[in-house]
Design a binder for this molecule. Structure first.
Ligand code: FCB
Length: 484
């Protein structure tokens, strides 16, 4: 079998046992091999469970030239490397802006119940206070098209991009950006409220802050722990403002579930474990990473207390009443388990990486399906329904053996969590189609549909076929009508 056997990872779970059932799960994680049973146990999801797929504007639309990422494409890193691997340009990406109706057809062929996409702020408000209502109207028409196909829209308001006029004022380093974002949200929500019930305010605030201001992978490519903390705080405040605006304006129950809007941020939950469980410094480092990245941003949305702190480096604490109680559900993006160790030369002294034995995706991320179950168990501690707003794998091989195996086993891990009573309402696979993977460019292929960028032709992958079959058999089993 092509799967490499791996050295047993000592028990630890998220952040060295931060989660209850971690030890048991760690044993399972250490022993993953793809599900090749002749008759695997059926996947049990409850009626009404929503199967979806996700994208974001800059990664798929094409022609998004007025934002921070478009400028970043021309940036050269201090060591001479281009900001985007291979000096690639996002360009037309997957041309989703023009091909949206055809892409809805592809979603329908998968049998999707939901589609998560983001609004490109730089299209809707290209200059401060100047709104392009034709762009906003296009997004509205997308919601209408989706609903006509029985697919519920889920809209992300901020997914890693902002217009250049925001970048020029310092992006989310500047407290004024919180107010500017709030004005943008006040403009767009009334135009969309009657056609959308599911909202993600900010995608992965911790990733955006860490990658932009700590490890320098994203724009503005700074390495400053204190600034990373400030940006994270501002992003959470932006989330709070959007949360309240949405509840003020979205009073139409578009999908008939009795609730006019569901609002959350999409938080990236990483399964942090110490690089060496016998090394107390690594154990402590994993705890610091887990606390700052996974726990505190969600805590802040529950009790309003923002905290960010790295021993000896930066500390920030503040209470913001408007942040308290701003999660209607917990949106979880989950991709990997990461090993954390101490390294004085690494940003913030923490080295986050992968082992050298676990099977990898094309970006070198460890493939451990059981951690999806851990991620939703963790999120469920916040006492709200959980939605997996992103999860997936880049696999450019044809056929995509790893995508099929990883998807199947991850969905089993998710179904196990549901079977234990964890309230998960949906799973949105990343991604509907191949796209521009930020600083890595087009090489990583996350799509259920493979995209030929020369012709923009889409081809269903093996993983896509499997997902389609899983959705169909779920529907046949529970008697769900074809997507509402
Ligand atoms: C997530 C991002 C998403 C995509 C996936 C692979 O962190 O939210 O845009 O890049 O990773």
């Amino acid at each position: 079998m092509a799967v490499r056997r791996r050295r047993a990872l000592a028990a630890g779970g998220f952040a060295a046992g931060a989660l209850g059932a971690a030890a048991r799960l760690a044993v399972r994680r250490a022993a993953w091999s793809p599900n090749v049973a002749e008759e695997p146990a059926p996947l049990e999801f409850p009626p009404g469970f929503r199967f979806g797929a996700a994208t974001s504007a800059h990664q798929v639309e094409g022609g998004t030239t007025n934002n921070n990422w478009a400028r970043f494409e021309r940036h050269v890193r201090p060591d001479g490397r281009p900001a985007i691997s291979g000096d690639q340009r996002c360009g037309q990406a997957a041309d989703h802006w023009e091909r949206f109706p055809d892409d809805v057809e592809l979603m329908a062929q998968l049998g999707l119940d939901g589609y998560r996409f983001s609004l490109e702020w730089s299209r809707i408000e290209p200059a401060e206070g100047r709104f392009d209502d034709a762009a906003l109207e296009r997004y509205r028409s997308w919601c209408v098209l989706l609903r006509a196909a029985g697919i519920a829209p889920m809209i992300t308001l901020h997914h890693f991009t902002e217009p250049l006029w925001i970048t020029d004022r310092g992006g989310f380093e500047d407290a004024g950006t919180v107010a500017a974002f709030a004005r943008f949200v006040e403009h767009v929500v009334p135009a969309l409220a009657d056609v959308c019930d599911w909202w993600v305010t900010i995608n992965e605030p911790a990733v955006y802050a860490v990658n932009g201001w700590l490890n320098g992978e994203f724009p503005p490519a700074k390495q400053d722990v204190a600034l990373a903390g400030r940006v994270l705080e501002h992003l959470l405040l932006a989330h709070a403002r959007a949360y309240h605006t949405l509840h003020e304006h979205d009073r139409v129950d578009a999908d008939g579930d009795g609730i006019p809007c569901w609002v959350s941020l999409a938080t990236n939950v990483v399964a942090f474990e110490p690089r060496h469980t016998w090394n107390p410094a690594d154990v402590a480092a994993a705890k610091v990473a887990h606390a700052n990245f996974n726990v505190r941003p969600l805590d802040a949305c529950v009790d309003g207390r923002f905290r960010f702190g790295l021993p000896g480096l930066a500390r920030r604490a503040a209470t913001h009443a408007e942040l308290a109680g701003t999660l209607d559900y917990v949106g979880v993006n989950h991709y990997f388990r990461a090993l954390v160790g101490v390294n004085p030369r690494a940003p913030a002294g923490l080295e986050v990486g992968f082992d050298d034995v676990t099977e990898k995706n094309d970006m070198g991320w460890d493939l451990i399906p059981a951690t999806l179950g851990d991620a939703v168990r963790f999120a469920a501690r916040y006492g709200r329904p959980v939605v997996v707003t992103e999860h997936g794998i880049c696999d450019g091989e044809v056929p995509d053996r790893r995508r099929r195996a990883f998807l199947l086993d991850s969905l089993h891990a998710l179904a196990d969590a549901l079977g234990e009573g964890v309230d998960v309402r949906g799973y949105y696979h990343w991604s509907l189609m191949d796209n521009f993977e930020w600083a890595h460019g087009f090489a990583p292929r996350f799509g259920l549909y493979r995209v030929d960028y020369a012709t923009q032709e889409r081809t269903l992958t093996g993983g896509g076929q499997l997902y389609r079959d899983i959705i169909a058999s779920h529907r046949a089993r529970v008697g769900d009508p074809p997507a509402p």
